[in-house]
Design a protein. Structure first.
Length: 316
């Protein structure tokens, strides 16, 4: 069994040596074939120099260095693109994820036939107000909107079959919703395992309260893409037809009233219903055109690289 460990990082030079030694010890004690892919997301400290030194001592260490900070999702995408193991493990570089969980995650993938297994940090060492409570609210909303029954969507420690990571597109800030992306791609057997959460040993967190605002906005995006991403006309076209029909009915009423009843003697343009009819018909037309343009874009879009690699180690 060959394992790929994908580790996105930003300014984590102090923890990299210890994390590497810990992973290597777990792999060697279990007789696993492995590779460790460090994805340096534009670090400004000596993280890349540390990765370079580790690669000289251990040929299983591979690295990708971004030209700038493009985000965790892009780092994971780059790692998934290069991963070669039968099972892919993702974990954070800050030592808060425990490598000793890897054998059990692997067992769930291999023996219980899961497509992916997500870690659940049931007991956390983070601040209750700034992280724990917002995280619980976020996870509740994600469960309700996605239908994926996980307790911890944002845990960095996850295991995947290789064909899962090769068939999902992690972009923007969608790393929080990889289980949802996997489900939408047809990989429905998703498991969860309680994992140990370590207190941060070096440095400080790279995420603030704004990540939860972004997380909820991304949740709305992925809900929309899950339901209408492949058929935008079904949403915008339906809204457009509905709005246009409402406006047309008002216009028809005004026309009949003016031609046959004419009870008020006012001009049509003096009646508020005229402007309501005009506005709803215009909005309905715009919705319909938006759906039509969305369909055209889906059929003509071209994949564009979302990050630039400055250099790499032990990768072709």
């Amino acid at each position: 069994m060959n394992i790929s460990v994908v580790i996105p990082l930003l300014n984590e030079k102090d923890s990299l040596q210890e994390l590497h030694d810990w992973i290597a010890k777990v792999m060697q004690s279990n007789h696993f074939s492995y590779e460790i892919l460090f994805i340096d997301d534009g670090s400004t400290d000596d993280s890349w120099e540390t990765i370079t030194q580790l690669s000289k001592k251990n040929p299983n260490v591979k690295g990708i260095r971004f030209l700038a900070n493009f985000g965790k999702s892009q780092a994971l995408h780059a790692g998934f693109e290069k991963a070669q193991g039968d099972v892919v493990i993702t974990m954070d570089a800050d030592l808060q994820d425990n490598p000793e969980e890897i054998p059990e995650l692997l067992e769930m993938i291999v023996k219980e036939n899961y497509d992916m297994v997500s870690g659940w940090k049931k007991k956390r060492y983070d601040s209750v107000l700034t992280k724990n409570m917002p995280s619980k609210l976020f996870n509740w909303a994600a469960r309700k909107t996605s239908g994926v029954k996980l307790n911890d969507f944002n845990c960095g420690l996850k295991a995947y079959r290789l064909n899962v990571v090769k068939n999902i597109d992690v972009n923007g800030e969608m790393h929080r919703y990889i289980p949802v992306l996997a489900k939408n791609a047809g990989f429905s057997k998703i498991g969860e395992k309680v994992v140990k959460h370590q207190a941060r040993k070096y440095g400080e967190t790279k995420f603030g309260m704004d990540r939860f605002i972004h997380g909820f906005l991304d949740l709305i995006t992925i809900w929309f893409l899950s339901r209408f991403g492949k058929r935008p006309m079904h949403l915008f076209g339906a809204l457009g037809v509905l709005m246009f029909a409402i406006g047309f009915m008002f216009a028809l009423y005004l026309g009949i009233d003016k031609l046959y009843l004419n009870r008020t003697g006012r001009l049509i343009t003096e009646r508020p219903q005229f402007y309501l009819a005009l506005a709803t018909m215009i909005i309905g037309t715009q919705f319909f055109v938006a759906g039509f343009l969305g369909e055209i874009m889906l059929r003509t879009k071209q994949d564009k690289k979302r990050y630039l690699v400055k250099e790499s180690i032990n990768l072709e």
